[in-house]
Ligand binder design. Structure first.
Ligand SMILES: [Zn+2]
Length: 190
């Protein structure tokens, strides 16, 4: 059984090998590779509970916004200061890091707790139906802002899906100028 301390050090060491100028994609891939290499050390139960199996094998480019900005030295030092008390906490912290990269925040405050922005997920088994969910309190609503209660197992929405639902244009701060879509004439009357 690997100690949480040893497991955590191996993650920090892995991240220290990343050049300081690495981008969000390279950072995410390093986390995902580390999870894949350490599945056995983390253990089947935490891996399953925090969804690390599927999170570590997502095609990152389908979820990560090109505009996603991140300072690898900052992230790494924040993590290096943590002292996870158990392997479960290690699994949770890694899950949170990957989750942050693959989920899109809407800049809409959670109407239930006001403590976080709603993230865009997709309903399990529905293909492309969106669910807007709060990480802090577990609140979820559909695209018409009606409370949503469905089966567990929502997954992050892909960037293509965010574009199809025109969510990126709601949040220009997240989108580089070259990515902004021109105004659709169909939305403008005469
Ligand atoms: Zn909430």
């Amino acid at each position: 059984m690997t100690s949480p301390k040893k497991l955590w050090s191996s993650l920090i060491d892995r991240l220290r090998k990343l050049p300081d100028g690495s981008n969000a994609r390279e950072y995410g891939l390093a986390l995902m590779e580390w999870v894949k290499e350490n599945r056995t050390n983390i253990g089947a139960e935490p891996v399953a509970r925090f969804g690390l199996d599927w999170l570590s094998t997502l095609p990152l480019e389908e979820y990560l916004l090109e505009s996603q900005d991140l300072s690898v030295p900052n992230e790494r030092e924040i993590l290096a200061r943590q002292k996870p008390s158990s392997v479960e906490v290690v699994a949770m912290l890694v899950r949170d890091q990957i989750w942050e990269l693959v989920t899109f925040k809407t800049q809409t405050e959670c109407p239930n707790c006001g403590g976080d922005e709603l993230r865009v997920l997709t309903e399990p088994g529905s293909g492309d139906r969106l669910v807007f969910a709060c990480d802090s309190c577990g609140w979820a609503q559909d695209e018409y802002a009606k409370p949503w209660q469905g089966p567990p197992g929502c997954r992050p929405a892909k960037v293509s899906s965010l574009r199809e639902h025109r969510l990126l244009s709601w949040t220009p701060a997240q989108v580089g100028p070259e990515e902004q879509e021109p105004n659709r004439t169909s939305d403008v009357d005469g």
